[in-house]
Design a protein around this ligand. Structure first.
Ligand SMILES: Cc1cc2nc3c(=O)[nH]c(=O)nc-3n(C[C@H](O)[C@H](O)[C@H](O)COP(=O)(O)OP(=O)(O)OC[C@H]3O[C@@H](n4cnc5c(N)ncnc54)[C@H](O)[C@@H]3O)c2cc1C
Length: 488
């Protein structure tokens, strides 16, 4: 037995230091704890005891989907995480049954599917994670300290500066998010600038928090409203191109959120309501009107895809690894950030368990494994964002390819969603892609999925679909459960 209870493992060093105590940093602390005498998490903010917003994570005002791969990775790092999240108020739902989903022309049919999700606010997810980390005997979270530089020697990172103070470390993990300064510090210490892949599709989120009415209106069989952008090319208000969510969170509340690729978004209470009145269905504004706003309107534009390719450095530094947005940040529409961070942390734990020394080879091997892991969510983000004219960055394709992606990606997505509604095999694999358990390429090459697509295509062409589609968007979404329509 050692000071972390049952987790007796080979110690790889005295001290591991994690820079940043948000989602990625907390997951990393869980991965490091069994392998070091002590783990020190250094966080600039004072961390609240409760589920509250803080300065360093402004995105917490917006809805955060926790994908299944991330939920599982966090649960592997912190056993009991899912139960604790639910006990703290998280809602365990099945989106295909519990969400009213407006795709294509109208509402989708409601039916059971392969996917469940735990809904909660970002601040709740982080609070539950924080409690898990605080329960680890050899992890210390130092709050209110700003990391100001790296200590380096002989091709390796040996510690960090905190203003006048410094801390020695056998391993440093950068988890300081999108704005991490570590790349610049490495360049100042003599490493070459890492290649950075970018694609900013100019996504803007605007959100406002609401308390739901009690009791809920009788017609609200749904807990979550999703309104996808219109497939029409023209002849509609800009709001028809918004991706809209009325996203349930703990405490009988919801976050009303509108997002767009490249459009002007409302940022005041009045314009928020005006825009909500122009989205594709009256239900969103009606839901807001029956609820009570509890926050101002929050707007975020910091959403570009950005991958710092430390894995491509010829001689990556010894003693330093990266998790979360500090290495790869995504367009949040695809909800991949926390899950990628948790996946990286779990991979780090696996690499730590397999090594007996933290040499350059260790860091290079981890970076290589991590780049394989990140390629899955990255490719999914590119598959859609590369079609947007407003997008800018190194990954912007030539115009002919952009047009092709633009022409294909929206209809292809709607087709797959439709096929998933009436074919259990497509549904299962689409849920895996959405949850980062399978790549888009793997799904599209799967013969059983291809057969499902063909069946859906033929049924659609013959007008003999197994579930009805496109219920009137101006009416309430139907509560009927169509699960039996696709039972074999
Ligand atoms: C609008 C929006 C919606 C999103 N929706 C989703 C979603 O649905 N699902 C999902 O999985 N992801 C979503 N994301 C992405 C998700 O928020 C990030 O991927 C995730 O927060 C990354 O966590 P992180 O720990 O890497 O970085 P961050 O959460 O950004 O945290 C960085 C931490 O480092 C600290 N820090 C920074 N500099 C220093 C310093 N010098 N010294 C000490 N500490 C420092 C900060 O205070 C902060 O605590 C969304 C993002 C946005 C912007």
């Amino acid at each position: 037995m050692n000071d972390v209870g049952e987790l007796v493992r080979v110690k790889l060093g005295k001290t591991a230091v994690v820079l940043g105590g948000s989602a990625a940093g907390l997951c990393a602390a869980g991965a490091l704890a069994p392998h070091f005498d002590r783990v020190l998490v250094l966080e600039r903010d004072e961390l609240p005891a409760a589920a509250e917003h803080r300065r360093g994570v402004p995105q917490s005002k917006h809805p955060h989907f926790l994908l299944n791969s991330g939920r599982r990775a966090i649960a592997a790092l912190f056993p009991g995480f899912e139960d604790d999240l639910i006990a703290a108020g998280g809602l365990h739902l099945m989106p295909s049954m519990d969400a009213a989903y407006l795709d294509g022309v109208g509402w989708s049919a409601r039916k059971r599917s392969a996917m469940t999700m735990i809904y909660g606010s970002r601040v709740l997810i982080e609070r539950v994670l924080r409690d898990k980390v605080r329960a680890l005997a050899n992890v210390t979270v130092r709050e209110g300290v700003t990391v100001s530089g790296l200590r380096t020697r002989d091709g390796g990172v040996t510690g960090v500066d905190l203003g006048d103070e410094h801390v020695d470390a056998d391993l440093v993990v950068d988890a300081m998010g999108r704005g991490s300064a570590v790349g610049g510090w490495l360049v100042a210490a003599g490493w070459p600038e890492p290649e950075v892949q970018t694609l900013d599709a100019k996504v803007t989120y605007t959100s406002r928090w609401y308390e739901l009415p009690t009791p809920r209106p009788a017609s609200w069989w749904w807990q979550h409203l999703v309104i996808m952008p219109t497939p029409d090319r023209a002849g509609h208000p800009p709001e028809h191109e918004f991706l809209v969510n009325f996203f349930p969170i703990e405490g009988n509340r919801a976050i009303a959120c509108m997002g767009s690729w490249g459009l002007e978004m409302p940022r005041t209470a009045d314009t928020f309501v005006e825009s909500a009145n122009r989205v594709r269905t009256p239900l969103f504004a009606a839901a807001m009107a029956r609820s009570t706003p509890t926050s101002e309107v929050h707007l975020t534009r910091s959403t570009g895809n950005k991958w710092r390719r430390y894995d491509r450095l010829r001689t990556p530094p010894r003693g330093l690894v990266f998790v979360g947005d500090s290495i790869c940040a995504f367009n949040p529409f695809y909800a991949q950030g926390i899950s990628s961070a948790a996946g990286s942390a779990l991979l780090l734990r696996e690499h730590l368990a397999r090594t007996d020394r933290l040499d350059r080879g260790f860091c290079a091997r981890f970076l290589a494994g991590q780049s394989k892991l990140l390629r899955v969510p990255w490719s999914l983000a590119m598959a859609r964002d590369q079609g947007y004219e407003c997008a800018v960055g190194t990954e912007k394709p030539p115009e002919w390819r952009r047009r092709l992606v633009a022409a294909v990606s929206g209809p292809a997505f709607s087709f797959i969603v439709g096929a998933a509604r009436e074919d259990d095999v497509v549904d299962e694999h689409f849920a895996k892609v959405f949850n980062m358990d399978e790549s888009l390429g793997q799904m599209l090459r799967n013969p059983r999925v291809i057969a499902g697509f063909l069946r859906h295509y033929v049924r659609k062409a013959l007008g003999r679909q197994r579930v009805p589609f496109d219920f009137d968007a101006q009416a309430e979404p139907p509560a009927t459960d169509y699960s039996s329509a696709t039972a074999r």
